[in-house]
Design a protein around this ligand. Structure first.
Ligand code: NAP
Length: 481
C-alpha cells in the first residue's frame, strides 16, 4: 500500500492534498494532525476522497504537535469515532487505546539510528495485535540498511520497516518485494513529512511500485554516493519496455567489505558498481572475467547460482566511444597513437587497459604518483606528473577523474589543446564539461561520458538479461540525457 503523508494546516489544504495524492496514485493518505484541531478533523474525514491513516506526532516522536499528551490521544480517539480508516499510535504512548472500527498501526520512530534488536521490537509491537507494526528508523550505514531489510523479511506479523535518510532508501519502492505492508511518500519535493520520503510520482511512475510483488527481480547501483546515478532511469525504462518484472534501485554502500552482505540481504540478481567500490568489488566476487581481471576493477556483478561473477563494461564503453570519435577524426582507430589518461581509479584503469588493447601507447597522469606509475607499468606505458602534461604529446586525451563534475574545472590546460586530437571525458554530469568545451573550441573531436555510460549500461544489460538495449532506446537516451 502506497501512503502519501501530508501535514496540512487546515481542512481545505488537507482535502486539496488528498485529491492530489489520489490523482498521483496513492492508495491512502497519512493525515498528520500535528497542526490541526478536532473540528478540522471532522470536516476532513467527512470529505475524504481516499482511505485515511490519522496520526498526530508529538515532539518526542519527531512531530510538531504542541498541545498536551491527553489532548493528543483524545484527538486520535476522536478520529476513530469520526470514521478514520486507520489510526497510528506510537508504541511508547500506547495504553489500551480504544481503536473502535479503525484499524490500528502501532509505530516506532528513531530519527538518530537503527536499534539493535529490530526483531524484538517488532515482536513487542505485534503483541498489541495491531493491523500493522511500523518501524521507521534511521540507517547510518549500508549494514544498518541490510539489517532493516532482513528484519522486514523475517517479520512474522504484518510490518512496515521504513528507512529514513538515504541508506536503505530502496526499501521504500520495493517494500512489497521484501514483505512490507505499506510505504510512505510525499506529495513532492519540499512536502516531505519525514527524512528520505520519495515523491509519490517517483514511486508510482519511476519505480512502478504498484506492480512490485514478491517475485520482482532486483538490480541496483552500489556506490557512495549514488544519488546522481542515471542507472535507475535507464534500466527501469528498459525493464518496462521489455515487460520484465524487475526494478533497478540505488543502494548507498559506505564500506566495500560489505558488498556481499548487501547483495545477499537485498537478494540482488545483479549490480552496477560505481566509485569508490570498483576495486573492492574485484576482491569480493567469486570470479571475474578477463576485462575485469586486466583492469583490476569490477563495475558489474551478476549473482549466478549462489556465486558472484564480476565483469567490467567500462572499458568497452569508453573505448567504443573513443574509437568512434577517432574514426570521425582520422578514419582509423587509435593503433600506434599516444593516449593520455588522467586519473588512476576504476575508470582510468579500465580505459588504460582498453586503449592499450587497441594498440595505443598509454601515458598515465595522476595526483598520486605511485598509483600513476603502477597503472602505467601494468599497460606497458609511461607516467607523468599532472604539472607536466605538455610532455605527453598525446593525440587522445581522456579525463577519468571526477574533476569537472559539479565545479567548472578541467585538469588539462586550455592552451595545450590542438585540433588534431580526440578528447574523451568520463564525467557525465554535466555532459558538456569544461574539458570537452575547451577541446572543442580548439577544433578537437570529442566523446562524452553519456556515450560511455550508455555503452557500459548496454554491456551490463547483456550480462544481467542476456540482451542489450534496443537501438532506438539507446538513441533516445543519447539525445535526451
Ligand atoms: P575512482 O575510482 O574514485 O577514481 C578517481 C580518480 O580520480 C583517482 O585516480 C583520483 O586520484 C582522481 N582524482 C579525484 N579527484 C582529483 C583531483 N581533484 N585532481 C586529480 N585527480 C583526482 O573513480 P572512478 O570510478 O574511476 O570514476 C572517475 C570519474 O569517471 C567519475 O567522475 C565517474 O563518475 C566517471 N565515470 C563515468 C562512467 C560513465 O559511464 N560515463 C563510468 C565510470 C566512471 P587519487 O587516486 O589520487 O585519489
Amino acid at each position: 500500500m502506497i501512503v502519501c503523508s501530508i501535514l496540512p494546516r487546515d481542512p481545505a489544504a488537507a482535502l486539496a492534498a488528498m485529491r492530489q495524492a489520489g490523482a498521483a496514485g496513492a492508495d491512502a493518505v497519512e493525515l498528520r494532525c500535528d497542526l490541526l484541531e478536532a473540528a478540522d478533523l471532522r470536516a476532513i474525514l467527512a470529505g475524504k476522497p481516499l482511505p485515511v491513516i490519522v496520526a498526530c506526532r508529538p515532539a518526542w516522536e519527531g512531530g510538531r504537535w504542541r498541545g498536551t499528551e491527553g489532548d493528543r490521544v483524545g484527538l486520535l480517539e476522536e478520529a476513530c469515532l469520526l470514521g478514520a480508516d486507520y489510526v497510528d499510535v506510537e508504541f511508547k504512548a500506547y495504553k489500551d487505546f480504544p481503536r473502535r472500527e479503525a484499524k490500528l498501526i502501532v509505530s516506532w520512530h528513531d530519527f538518530e539510528a537503527t536499534p539493535e534488536d529490530l526483531d524484538g521490537l517488532l515482536a513487542r509491537m505485534a503483541a498489541l495485535e495491531p493491523l500493522v507494526s511500523k518501524l521507521a528508523v534511521t540507517p547510518r550505514s549500508a549494514a544498518d540498511a541490510a539489517r532493516l531489510v532482513e528484519a522486514q523479511k523475517r517479520a512474522q506479523a504484518p510490518a512496515a520497516c521504513v528507512p529514513m535518510g538515504d541508506f536503505g532508501e530502496a526499501l521504500r519502492p520495493l517494500h512489497v518485494r521484501y514483505g512490507g505492508f505499506l510505504t510512505y511518500a510525499s506529495l513532492g519535493p519540499g512536502a516531505e513529512t519525514a527524512p528520505g520520503q520519495p515523491s509519490i510520482e517517483e514511486l508510482v511512475r519511476d519505480y512502478r511500485a504498484k506492480t512490485v510483488d514478491d517475485e520482482t527481480k532486483v538490480y541496483a547501483v552500489l556506490g557512495d554516493p549514488v544519488a546522481h546515478s542515471r542507472g535507475p532511469a535507464v534500466f527501469n525504462r528498459l525493464f518496462r519496455d521489455l515487460g520484465l518484472n524487475a526494478r533497478y534501485v540505488r543502494i548507498r554502500v559506505d564500506d566495500g567489505r560489505r558488498l556481499r552482505d548487501v547483495i545477499r540481504a537485498w537478494e540482488l540478481c545483479g549490480a552496477s558498481v560505481t566509485a569508490p567500490l570498483k576495486e573492492d568489488a574485484r576482491r569480493e566476487v567469486d570470479e571475474v572475467d578477463g576485462t575485469a581481471e586486466a583492469a583490476g576493477a569490477v563495475n558489474t556483478i551478476v549473482a549466478r547460482e549462489g556465486r558472484l561473477v564480476g565483469a567490467n563494461t567500462d572499458a568497452a564503453g569508453a573505448v567504443g566511444e573513443i574509437l568512434d570519435a577517432a574514426r570521425r577524426k582520422w578514419r582509423h582507430g587509435v593503433y600506434g597513437l599516444r593516449a593520455l589518461v588522467l586519473g588512476t581509479g576504476g575508470a582510468a584503469r579500465a580505459i588504460a587497459h582498453g586503449l592499450a588493447a587497441e594498440g595505443a601507447r598509454v601515458i598515465v597522469a595522476g595526483r598520486t604518483p605511485e598509483r600513476a606509475r603502477a597503472l602505467a607499468e601494468s599497460v606497458g606505458g609511461d607516467f607523468l606528473q599532472l604539472s607536466r602534461l605538455i610532455e605527453a604529446r598525446a593525440q587522445v586525451i581522456c579525463n577519468a577523474t571526477p574533476v569537472g563534475m559539479g565545479a567548472d574545472e578541467s585538469l588539462f590546460p586550455k592552451e595545450l589543446w590542438k585540433a588534431d586530437c580526440v578528447a574523451f571525458d568520463a564525467v557525465y554530469t554535466p555532459r558538456a564539461t569544461r574539458f570537452l568545451r575547451e577541446a572543442a573550441e580548439a577544433g578537437a573531436e570529442t566523446a562524452d561520458g553519456v556515450g560511455m555510460f550508455l555503452r557500459q549500461a548496454d554491456g551490463q544489460a547483456k550480462l544481467f538479461l542476456g540482451r542489450g538495449f534496443p537501438a532506438e532506446l539507446l538513441n533516445e537516451f543519447r539525445r535526451r540525457m
